[in-house]
Each structure stands twice: as structure tokens, then as C-alpha cells.
Design a protein around this ligand. Structure first.
Ligand SMILES: *[C@@H]1O[C@H](CO)[C@@H](O)[C@H](O)[C@H]1NC(C)=O
Ligand SMILES: *[C@@H]1O[C@H](CO)[C@@H](O)[C@H](O)[C@H]1NC(C)=O
Ligand SMILES: *[C@@H]1O[C@H](CO)[C@@H](O)[C@H](O)[C@H]1NC(C)=O
Ligand SMILES: *[C@@H]1O[C@H](CO)[C@@H](O)[C@H](O)[C@H]1NC(C)=O
Length: 641
């Protein structure tokens, strides 16, 4: 098959494909802002002024040009932490459930030392949900469509030194048929039942639509001629590690005038390989390969790629963490470094009390400690790209990631339009650009549970998957299939384009609720049918049951902790059996309880977590831990290089 052929091509050929072959719309590299000898960052996170535009048409902010002066002059503002979701910060229900534009601003002083230096200053939002417009000192400087990925613009000439500058951002959380995730605004026009102009946001996904400036806002400098992008593709030849690199230089320069020095440093800072030139291959004999977490904490070895360029009088330096590892698939296995990898992990959410989806470092650290305690070695970024800080930790701790884009809830026939498709391709470009160098990322997921039974889904997913493979020919690509039904009745148009079949099913929960006795039969049948149908490795990407922490029933019933335990244990029996055949992973739904929209089947959110939303274990967490530790024990022959 095409996929496998691509994957066994020499990585250097791949790198040429990767760097030259794609007609990507996105030009700039957008490396993560880091302090180096030649670069400085200034974090604008903190408490910003905030105001929701509650005018009937949600348009007062534009009509009255709130961006022209300090936001407080437009009317009342409140304190709003950045980063955070604004929804749960106040006691105001109408703000929690608000739909439309919210406005933020703050004043700041650009460091005086940045004045008159020969450098660029860039303003970057790590993410804001969903549609964002940004003004600097009253001038619009950028817009971004999409809720989970960074965007930035050079502001060198917009900043005023020696006085206060004002940044204003308007953020709109409205989901439409063409956003990812999609949604619709429903106008309730029956004036017997609703006030005039009444509308609600209908969601097609099962999590709360948290909104606001969710990740840090930063200023950073680069020299005038700068390292715009770095792409690394690692390979392994016996005990030798190979790092193919390609560097893109930005600024006013002819590539031939650039002098480039690239050094690979080990953990002690010792140079283990060096090259000159923008594109080449570094080679490390007796390399430390990157390997997933197996209860010892030193498996995820990271080197540092130190890139220095100079051109004329200008020079730039950037350090990128690099793991040396390969990923391949066969029809029954995922191979990391040519060894079989079995994923035992969780599906997650970025979700917590008060902050919603706002980046929270204590929570991130706690979650990784819980993952390790569980013996988990992987997670899926269900159902949108997670913060860089989370991905950094995955790289450092050896937690493997299935990196999912926000393509969740593509469930309506009409929503496979070409307008939606175009946006989906752009989101994949932004995601691959951000995460392509991460060793933890072993697979891209382009969607969760789309309505892939419609004939229109074929063109749609064929396009998204082949585009993603063009952007990155080194990783498998998948989407997650809603596979909890009888296979004969599934008319699936798109899983044939996936390298790995990812299935969600909820035997004993959404079907045959209360009947754990049928789980083994149905689960094994479903998995075997899918393997027979597609002849590809399978991951059970979701399964589970809801439980309210503290409810115990014997004999058990749905929503008791006891029932959740029993559902999991029935699944383990089949997973243990099929692991020896074609099953390459299991991920419980969900790591922790999380908030959803209100509804009669959700008890203050989704309760399928093995941890509560406050990160305390339910009984299921102990059972899962025992199961994962026994998997680690029985596969420990693979845990060492
Ligand atoms: C902003 O929100 C309003 C209210 O939902 C909506 O009508 C409008 O289309 C939204 N604009 C954008 C760009 O999302
Ligand atoms: C690995 O780290 C976890 C927590 O992060 C700790 O509990 C555990 O003891 C460590 N294991 C080893 C072998 O150092
Ligand atoms: C989208 O565009 C393709 C190619 O131009 C075309 O074949 C397809 O019918 C279009 N799909 C829709 C839903 O309009
Ligand atoms: C895993 O193996 C270790 C060492 O052999 C043993 O002490 C431990 O009980 C085993 N754990 C499980 C869950 O099987």
C-alpha cells in the first residue's frame, strides 16, 4: 500500500518531500518563542480588562469602536485572567453561557532595551477560542480563525517605545457549520416562547464550549535575519541515530549568504554531532533513542539541536529539543524504533474547575504525575490540539500522543462542504507546523467520530488525510471512528484511508446499559470484524462508563463506581487477548470527569473519568492502574533498547 511504501523510504528522501513537496498555504514557521542569546520574550499574561458585548446584535463593540481607546471608557470592565476561559470566573450565568464577541485589553511597556535594535518584534497568541481580532494602539493588526492553535504578527513598527501601548482583542466563541468543531446558531423566533432576537448556540460535541484567551500572549524578538523554521526527521540505523534537519531562514536575505552551524548536544550539553549548511544529516553513534514511558523515568531521551545562523552583521540562535525515534506501521503493529509499541493510556480533555481550558501549569504537572501513577504511556488530544506546555511534557516524559485536530462533531451531511474542507486543511497545516518536530507525536488524528457513512465523507476524508500525509509523510494518519454498532450495518466511506483503525464503542453503556455480561462477546466480535474488513492495526480509542464518585452499589448499577469498574474489567479481558493479535492500543474514556453543555443525560458534566474533575481517583483508577502495570510487566522485554 502507498502508505507503507512511503514509510520505508529513506528519511532523507522524505525530508526533501516534506520540505519541497507540499503546496501548503502557510509560509512561516512560527517556532515556539524561546529566550536564547539572540532572542528575548516578554509574557503579556496577567489580569486584563474584559467586557462581553451583550448588545442584541453583539455588534456594539464594532459600531462604537471599542478598540479606539481603553476598553473601560466604553463601559464597565471586569478583571479577567489571561490565560483562562472567561466562562466560570464570575458568578454571572449569562457570562458563563455567553455567545458572541468578548473584548479584552491591557496596557504594556515594550522593554526600552528593544528600541532601535536591529531586530523584529513579534506578537503571538498561543491560542484564543474561537475567532479573534487584535488591535495594537487602536490599529487592527491581525485576525485568526480557529480556537486551538497559535497565531502571530510582526509588530516592530507598531510599537511605541517609552510610553504605554495598548493591545485589544475581540474574541468570538460562535461555532458555525464551517468552524472546527462545527455548530449552529439557532434563532428562536416564536415570540410566545422567547423574547425578540433570542438565540442559542447548538453544539455537535460533548464538551463545554469554553472560550476566551486560553493560552499565553507573548512578545518576542528575533534578529532581522532569523531562523524562521526548523524541521527535523530522525532515523535509526542499528545503534546510530540520524537527525535530518532543514532550516528555513526568514528576513531580507538570499539563502546563499547565510552561514549556518548546527550542533546536536546531549543531555550534558556535550556536542555529539555538527554540520554546516541549512539542510543536512547529523549522525550520532551509540545514540540514546527516545522511547515511551515504562515506569522508569529516563526513557524519553531528548537531545538539543542548536541552530546558529549569521548573515552580514546579523546572527540568530535557536535551540530545539529533539528525540531520535522512528514510527512505522504494519498490518498488525505500530513500531517505535522497529519494536512493537502497545498504547495503554487515556483520552483526555483540557478541562478544569474555574479556568475551563485556560493553561494551568500545576494542573498539567499533576496530570502527568497521575498518568505515570496509572502506568499510562499515551493519550489522545481529544478533541483539539493541546497547549505547547502539555506537548513539551509529553516529549520529556515519554508519553506518546495521538495528536488530534478539532474535527469533532462533523456529523451532518451538509457539513462536508468544500468550504468546511478548506478550513479543515488549513487547520491540519497549522497543527503539523506546530507539532511536527515532537517525538511524542506518533500519529495525526484528523477527526473524531465524523459521519463517515455519507458518500460525501469519502472525498472529504480522502482529501484531509492525503493532505496531512503530504505535510508529514513520516507519521501515520487516522481519524477516530464511532464504531459501537453492528458492523454489517455500518456503511463507512473513509476508514480505508487510515493507517491505523481507531474505534470508539460503549458496550454496556450506550447500548445494553447495565448488561456487562454481553461486553466481551460484542467487543471481540466488533474488533475482529474491523480487522477482517481493513487488515490494519486497531486501537480502541474510547470505551468506558459514567460513575458519580462516591456512589457504591452491590449488585452494581449504571453510574455507580462499581459498575464502571466492572465495565472496564470486561473490556480488559478482550484487550489482553487481542493484544497478541492486531490490537495495538486501548485508551479509556476518560482520564477525568469534564464539563459539558447542560442536558438530561449529563450530571454536571460527563462522569466517565477514572479521576474526578478535581483529580482524585475513583475505584476505576486503581483497577486501570493494576491492569496497566501488568501490561508493562508482560511487555517489559520491549522497554529497553
Ligand atoms: C460573533 O457572534 C455573533 C453572535 O453569535 C454571530 O452572529 C457572529 O457571526 C459571530 N462572528 C464571528 C466572526 O464569529
Ligand atoms: C518516576 O516519576 C514518578 C512521578 O513522576 C515517581 O513517582 C516515580 O517514583 C519515578 N520512578 C522512578 C523509577 O524514578
Ligand atoms: C468539492 O470539490 C470537489 C472538487 O472540486 C468536487 O468534486 C466535489 O463535488 C465538491 N464537493 C461538494 C460537497 O461541493
Ligand atoms: C510487575 O512485576 C514486578 C516485578 O517482577 C512485581 O513486583 C509486580 O507485582 C508486578 N506487578 C503487576 C501488576 O503484575
Amino acid at each position: 500500500m502507498g502508505t507503507q511504501k512511503v514509510m520505508v523510504l529513506h528519511a532523507f528522501v522524505l525530508s526533501v518531500l516534506l520540505f519541497r513537496g507540499c503546496g501548503c498555504a502557510i509560509q512561516d514557521g512560527m517556532l515556539y518563542p524561546r529566550d536564547t542569546e539572540t532572542r528575548e520574550t516578554k509574557d503579556l499574561s496577567g489580569v486584563w480588562n474584559f467586557r462581553a458585548d451583550k448588545s442584541r446584535n453583539r455588534n456594539a463593540g464594532f459600531e462604537e469602536q471599542w478598540f479606539k481607546q481603553s476598553l473601560f471608557r466604553s463601559g464597565g470592565v471586569i478583571d479577567m485572567p489571561v490565560p483562562s476561559s472567561y466562562n466560570d470566573i464570575t458568578q454571572d450565568k449569562s457570562l458563563r453561557d455567553f455567545v458572541g464577541w468578548v473584548w479584552y485589553d491591557r496596557e504594556f511597556y515594550p522593554p526600552y532595551s528593544w528600541q532601535n535594535l536591529k531586530q523584529r518584534v513579534v506578537l503571538r497568541f498561543q491560542s484564543a477560542h474561537y475567532y479573534t481580532i487584535v488591535w495594537l494602539n487602536g490599529e487592527e493588526i491581525m485576525e485568526h480563525d480557529g480556537g486551538h492553535l497559535p497565531f502571530e504578527i510582526e509588530v516592530t513598527d507598531n510599537l511605541v517605545y517609552g510610553q504605554s501601548n495598548r493591545i485589544t482583542a475581540a474574541v468570538n466563541n460562535t461555532l458555525t457549520p464551517h468552524t472546527l468543531p462545527p455548530g449552529t446558531i439557532e434563532y428562536k423566533t416564536n415570540t410566545d416562547k422567547y423574547p425578540a432576537g433570542y438565540f442559542v448556540q447548538d453544539l455537535q460535541m460533548d464538551f463545554f464550549n469554553y472560550a476566551g484567551i486560553h493560552r499565553a500572549v507573548k512578545l518576542y524578538t528575533t534578529p532581522r535575519v532569523y531562523i524562521d523554521d526548523i524541521t527535523v526527521i530522525s532515523d535509526i540505523s542499528a545503534s546510530t541515530g540520524l537527525v535530518n534537519y532543514n532550516i528555513k531562514v526568514g528576513g531580507d536575505v538570499d539563502g546563499n549568504d547565510v552561514i549556518c552551524q548546527v550542533d546536536l548536544l546531549d543531555k550534558d550539553g556535550k556536542t555529539v554531532s555538527s554540520k554546516k549548511g541549512l539542510q543536512d544529516q547529523l549522525s550520532v553513534s551509540k545514540a540514546h533513542f527516545w522511547w515511551p514511558y515504562t515506569m522508569s523515568n529516563d526513557s524519553a531521551y531528548l537531545y538539543t539541536l542548536k541552530v546558529s545562523i549569521s548573515s552580514g552583521g546579523s546572527s540568530d540562535l535557536y535551540r530545539l529539543p529533539v528525540g531520535i525515534r522512528t514510527v512505522k506501521t504494519t498490518n498488525t503493529q505500530i513500531l517505535i524504533n522497529d519494536k512493537p509499541f502497545y498504547c495503554h493510556g487515556v483520552a483526555k480533555h483540557e478541562d478544569s474547575d474555574f479556568r475551563g481550558k485556560g493553561v494551568d501549569l500545576p494542573l498539567i504537572a499533576k496530570d502527568f504525575n497521575l498518568l505515570k501513577w496509572l502506568g499510562a504511556n499515551c493519550f489522545r488530544t481529544s478533541h483539539y490540539p493541546y497547549a505547547d506546555e502539555i506537548m513539551d511534557m509529553a516529549d520529556r516524559h515519554g508519553i506518546v500522543v495521538i495528536d488530534e485536530c478539532p474535527g469533532v462533531g462533523i456529523t451532518h451531511l451538509e457539513n462536508f462542504s468544500n468550504k468546511s474542507l478548506t478550513h479543515h486543511l488549513e487547520v491540519m497545516e497549522e497543527l503539523v507546523r506546530r507539532d511536527k518536530n515532537r517525538p511524542s507525536v506518533i500519529m495525526w488524528s484528523v477527526a473524531n467520530e465524523p459521519a463517515s457513512e455519507f458518500p460525501q465523507a469519502r472525498h472529504y476524508f480522502k482529501s484531509v488525510i492525503s493532505h496531512t500525509k503530504q505535510l508529514d509523510p513520516t507519521r501515520p494518519v487516522t481519524f477516530v471512528f464511532n464504531g459501537g454498532m453492528d458492523i454489517e450495518r455500518i456503511f463507512d466511506e473513509a476508514t480505508e484511508f487510515c493507517d491505523v483503525i481507531c474505534l470508539n464503542s460503549y458496550y454496556g453503556w450506550y447500548s445494553d446499559t447495565g448488561h456487562t455480561e454481553v461486553i466481551q462477546l460484542q467487543l471481540e466480535y466488533n474488533l475482529r470484524q474491523w480487522f477482517k474488513k481493513r487488515n490494519k492495526p486497531i486501537i480502541q480509542t474510547e470505551y468506558g462508563a459514567g460513575s458519580i464518585a462516591g456512589i457504591h452499589l452491590n449488585p452494581d448499577m449504571a453510574f455507580s463506581e462499581d459498575y464502571q469498574v466492572e465495565v472496564l474489567q470486561e473490556h480488559f479481558k478482550i484487550f489482553d487477548k487481542l493484544r497478541k493479535e492486531f490490537l495495538v492500543g486501548e485508551m479509556v474514556w476518560n482520564f477525568a470527569d469534564f464539563m459539558t453543555a447542560q442536558g438530561t443525560n449529563r450530571v454536571v458534566g460527563n462522569r466517565k473519568g477514572v479521576f474526578t474533575r478535581q483529580r482524585q481517583p475513583k475505584m476505576a483508577a486503581y483497577i486501570l492502574r493494576e491492569h496497566y502495570l501488568s501490561i508493562i510487566n508482560s511487555t517489559s522485554q520491549h522497554s529497553r533498547q
